[in-house]
Unconditional design. Structure first.
Length: 274
């Protein structure tokens, strides 16, 4: 996907070479997407913020144009990826906006690197370890994807259902098409390491998030089947002073499903804290 005003940039990190799409000028704003998605998930935010901020869209480890993964990783290593990115960009601090996996890593970065963090917006995320059902479901998904050579055929529906709610599936065919396309492009040999790291092996981060002192906005989707509102609210409750908002007609990819509402939330939060 081509985005106006951004250029590709590559940064060497502890988890391989990471592809960025960078554009604009001003305070740096870094966007990290969900599993199985790449930086273009944030196209609606890039277009909105690029005239006021330096927008940095991340293809996370093993996804998109970043180096394929050959092993699992820790969330601390993902936080180191963000630190390497902003060091390479030559900026002291960055506003971190993340969805799902990106939300978990945004919180990790804010807790471990408070001096490098502006605000954090953590969307459709959790601080809790995976439950048995989620471990089983994602284990079946990755094994089936390996057998099929990718996310295609009978896996298309379950992946779409994990990401999108009834509103998007009924009213937003462009969003459905985007999710189908991005999921189909996943290199499953690489992606399975990310899935294992983020789902069955993810840590309980509630105590760590209790150390966050940066301003945090937590956004949940009322239709999110992957991380229900109560789970995301529990994450918000673990973060001192966090603001919690529920988007009624969004599921697991709120930035893609409801870009106007998400952009307004981020704008308002920035206005209150910078």
């Amino acid at each position: 996907m081509l985005l106006a005003g951004v250029e590709d940039r590559y940064v060497e990190t502890v988890l391989g070479r990471i592809r960025l799409r960078v554009g604009g000028s001003g305070p740096a704003m870094l966007f990290w997407p969900s599993l199985l998605m790449d930086g273009t998930l944030w196209s609606g935010q890039a277009t909105h913020f690029i005239d006021r901020f330096q927008v940095v869209l991340v293809d996370p480890p093993g996804h998109g144009g970043s180096t394929p993964l050959t092993r699992q990783f820790t969330f601390e290593q993902c936080a180191e990826v963000i630190r390497a990115i902003i060091d390479d960009l030559g900026v002291e601090r960055v506003h971190v906006i993340g969805n799902s996996w990106g939300g978990m890593i945004g919180g990790t970065f804010a807790a471990l690197h408070p001096d490098r963090t502006g605000i954090a917006v953590l969307m459709n995320a959790t601080a809790s370890p995976a439950g048995l059902r989620q471990k089983v479901e994602y284990g079946v998904l990755t094994r089936t994807a390996q057998l099929l050579g990718g996310i295609r055929g009978p896996l298309t529906g379950p992946v779409r259902d994990a990401f999108l709610g009834p509103t998007a599936k009924r009213e937003k065919p462009d969003v459905v098409a985007t999710v189908n396309d991005l999921a189909r492009r996943v290199n499953i040999a690489s992606g399975r390491h990310a899935v294992a790291s983020v789902v069955p092996h993810r840590p309980d981060q509630r105590d760590l998030f209790g150390r966050i002192r940066t301003p945090v906005l937590v956004v949940a989707g009322a239709e999110d089947a992957t991380f229900p509102v109560a789970e995301t609210e529990e994450m918000a409750d673990s973060i001192p002073g966090a603001r919690f908002v529920v988007l009624e007609q969004s599921a697991h990819l709120a930035a893609l499903e409801s870009p106007t509402e998400v952009n307004a939330l981020i704008d308002d939060f920035l206005a209150d804290h910078i």
